[in-house]
Design a protein around this ligand. Structure first.
Ligand SMILES: Cc1cc2nc3c(=O)[nH]c(=O)nc-3n(C[C@H](O)[C@H](O)[C@H](O)COP(=O)(O)OP(=O)(O)OC[C@H]3O[C@@H](n4cnc5c(N)ncnc54)[C@H](O)[C@@H]3O)c2cc1C
Length: 439
């Protein structure tokens, strides 16, 4: 049975061969990959939260589960529980893929990678909370030890486990371990575009807006529609803004968002900045009206809040390091968001693959212990980072193409009598469009 943090604190520290700081999706996945390859390895995961609570839906490509990962006989049950968890959130899956997803039965399949590859759906939509719960249950089944404790510094954990020579930092995008071990200048960062996230609640389960808006709105936006819970759904509208509009809005963080009303003073700062003749305020309220009309949205009386996000991507300059503590050599490895990512955007995919690669490397007898940090640094850099950056660059190019070329052209046409010639095929396409991924 899982113990509470107080019960654990009263007990002696269990010796470990590998210690993981951070029991999020990637920390658990990495522990599992190591255990699958070396069941005798003693692994302890340090997680600061006793209860998982993040509810956002992750879109995960099946390739992320299978690339570099260890295929074992009990995979069928494990993959089945992960992929079937999305059946319980069939509304979200239905929104993305145009219908509820059938339950998957992998039990009868021979345990080969190809049979799973063929039978699993291409994209899994799963709530973070479900994903973390299933991964943690699987870890506990394999004998991974979980300790609920916030680790403040790498020294603290190295002193708690003097017997351990291998530490993995999977403590997320604001990794304390990375900052302490590699310093403030430890990551490459690139800003992509500024955006504003408007959050509010709607009654029932609204859908996505499936009408074209190029002649109605000036800004590009993305919708993220939550699953209905207690009769309400969370709505997140992300509006991509110009730098001038972004700078005119005062600080608004996740912890301290701004409350949005038609009279909010910050709209005034946006007055002179217009995209295709439309202000941010006009676009936000018109988008809400369109969603009411076409997406069955019924906003509740709860306040609308807004946060500023400058979408960016980052990656650690080095993914592994050997340090000395009390005269002993200790290896440190970064995985998941601690290593690289683009916040809110498909990062878990590269995180899982990185975790599988690390699991493979750490259990490999072909690479000497002392060389593992060098090998990890070598092969994570060219393969994963370039690929991830290329993927983001492609998406960025698509947005820019739409924003700077298609949209102005459509907008110009919409001012002429030829508008129906464009509107009709676009409406037709949107009507039949199937949403693929959330991000
Ligand atoms: C709104 C939103 C939507 C997203 N949508 C998608 C999507 O559709 N597709 C996708 O691929 N990705 C998406 N992401 C990104 C995805 O959630 C992350 O990439 C993923 O969670 C990274 O996993 P991780 O385990 O590396 O880090 P995290 O999930 O950040 O986990 C880190 C864990 O470490 C723990 N921890 C941190 N510091 C310490 C410490 N000092 N001591 C002990 N424990 C610690 C934390 O409690 C946490 O459990 C989204 C993110 C958000 C916020």
């Amino acid at each position: 049975m899982t113990q509470t943090a107080e019960e654990q604190a009263a007990q002696p520290v269990q010796p470990a061969d590998i210690v993981i700081v951070g029991g999020g999706p990637v920390g658990c996945w990495t522990a599992l990959q190591i255990k699958k390859r070396n069941p005798a390895a003693r692994i302890t995961v340090y997680e600061r939260k006793e209860v998982y609570e993040r509810d956002h839906v992750l879109s995960i490509g099946k390739a992320s589960f299978l690339q570099w990962s260890k295929n074992s006989d009990d995979n069928a049950g494990f993959l089945k529980s992960i992929f079937n968890a999305q059946a319980t959130c069939s509304i979200a899956s239905g929104l993305h893929a145009g219908g509820t997803k059938p339950a998957i039965d992998l039990g009868a399949l021979p345990a080969s990678k190809f049979s799973y590859w063929r039978n699993l759906p291409k994209v899994l939509d799963i709530r973070t909370i479900d994903f973390e719960r299933i991964l943690k249950e699987e870890c506990e089944k394999s004998g991974v030890n979980f300790v609920y404790k916030k680790i403040e510094t790498p020294e603290e954990i190295m002193d708690l486990h003097p017997e351990c020579a291998c530490f993995i930092a999977a403590d997320g995008a604001n990794s304390k371990m990375r900052g302490a071990l590699w310093g403030a200048d430890s990551v490459w960062k690139r800003d992509i575009y500024p955006s504003l996230d408007f959050k509010y609640a709607s009654e029932g389960q609204p859908g996505y807006l499936r009408v074209n808006t190029y002649d109605k709105l000036g800004h590009v936006y993305a919708e993220n529609i939550g699953l209905e819970k207690d009769g309400k759904s969370d709505i997140n509208l992300r509006i991509i803004v110009s730098k001038a509009e972004y700078d005119a809005i005062p600080a608004a963080t996740f912890k301290k968002p701004l409350t949005v009303t038609p009279d909010s003073p910050f709209w005034a700062g946006n007055g002179p900045s217009r995209l295709y003749g439309r202000t941010l305020k006009q676009d936000f309220y018109d988008l809400q009206d369109l969603r009411r009309e076409y997406a069955k949205e019924r906003p509740t009386d709860a306040p609308v809040t807004m946060t500023k996000i400058y979408l960016s991507q980052y990656c650690a300059k080095k993914f592994a390091k050997t340090v000395e503590r009390n005269g002993q050599k200790k290896s440190w490895f970064l995985v998941g968001d601690a290593a690289m990512g683009m916040p809110f955007y498909r990062s878990v995919n590269s995180g899982l693959i990185l975790g599988s690669q690390l699991g493979y490397l750490l259990t490999s007898r072909l690479v000497a212990e002392a060389a593992k940090t060098a090998v990890y640094n070598y092969y994570t850099r060219p393969c994963r980072i370039l690929r991830e950056f290329a993927r983001v660059a492609k998406t960025e190019a698509r947005i820019m193409l739409y924003k700077n070329i298609f949209r102005p052209v459509f907008f110009k046409i919409s001012q002429t009598p030829a508008a129906p010639l464009v509107r009709k095929p676009l409406d037709f396409a949107l009507k039949h469009l199937k949403y693929g991924k959330t991000s």
